[in-house]
Design a protein around this ligand. Structure first.
Ligand code: SAM
Length: 249
């Protein structure tokens, strides 16, 4: 992962990484430009230029293994190849390409950065995967047509949103609301994060979602304690009860 594009947040008073999480409504991270659209626009402008110059699609967040982990889980779960899948904050769209290569046929990627979508379109064209749908959309204000997904995947996007300098708590809540509106009841949500621990993510998504599985990620040992630098979880959206959606308002 290129250092210039790292998305790990800094916790006030202690370095980024696993540890005790924030309480309800607290701001766990120092605000950062990594949480702004301007940052991503500029980053993907550069990546677009690099792609045009040398054909390199750029950053694969959390490495190739993060894509393998997701695809293996879908395969183990025997998710039908035509299930509608949404990649939230798709960036260069490489995950969608890998999903298509593994046989998935109903793939959509959104990103609020027009330059990210331009890049993902170019990557899609190069790979000859014209069936993948790509759209500029802000996940925090999803269009009505973004609905009915059986699988939603997030690799680093909730992390980025959590660093927004302007009302990150409200934006995280809106993220959960948006997820509830695009993901079918009992649909699966796969999240990979380098900012949030398992316990923190359980807390963030406790309204409307239940944990199904923690996917194994590389471990590190520091000061005699073992931790994970990346958390990968699979949630399932609970069956809809109107009271759950009310609670999110
Ligand atoms: C850390 S990058 C990860 C990109 C991609 N998921 C990957 O794994 O390579 C975070 C992505 O989230 C996108 N993003 C951040 N906030 C967003 C929002 N509100 N709506 C849609 N995309 C967003 C950024 O533009 C960026 O592409």
């Amino acid at each position: 992962m290129a250092a210039a594009m790292a998305v790990a947040g800094e916790r006030p008073g202690r370095p980024a990484g696993p540890g005790p999480g924030p309480g309800r409504g607290e701001e766990p991270f120092s605000p950062s430009v990594l949480g702004t659209r301007e940052h991503w626009d500029a980053a993907y402008e550069r990546e677009l230029q690099t792609f045009q110059d040398i054909g390199d699609a750029g950053e694969i967040w959390f490495g190739e293994e993060s894509m393998v982990r997701i695809i293996k889980w879908l395969e183990k779960q025997k998710v039908p190849h035509d299930s509608p899948v949404l990649d939230i904050g798709t960036g260069n769209g490489v995950l969608l390409i890998e999903l298509a290569k593994s046989g998935y046929t109903n793939l959509t990627g959104i990103d609020y950065s027009p330059s990210a979508i331009q890049l993902s379109e170019k990557v899609r064209e190069k790979e000859g995967m014209s069936d993948i749908k790509l759209k500029v959309e802000d996940f925090l204000a999803p269009s009505a047509e973004l609905s009915g997904f059986e699988i939603c995947i997030d690799k680093g996007t909730f992390d980025a949103i959590s660093l927004n300098p302007d009302n990150a708590v409200g934006k995280r809540k809106q993220y959960v609301r948006s997820l509830c509106s695009v993901l079918k009841p009992e649909g699966f949500f796969l999240i990979t994060s380098c900012n949030w621990t398992k316990e923190e993510l359980l807390n963030e998504f406790r309204e409307g979602f239940e944990i199904l599985e923690e996917l194994p990620t590389p471990k590190f040992c520091f000061g005699g304690r073992i931790g994970n630098s990346v958390t990968a979880l699979v949630f399932q959206r609970k069956k809809v009860r109107p009271s759950i959606l009310d609670k999110l308002d």
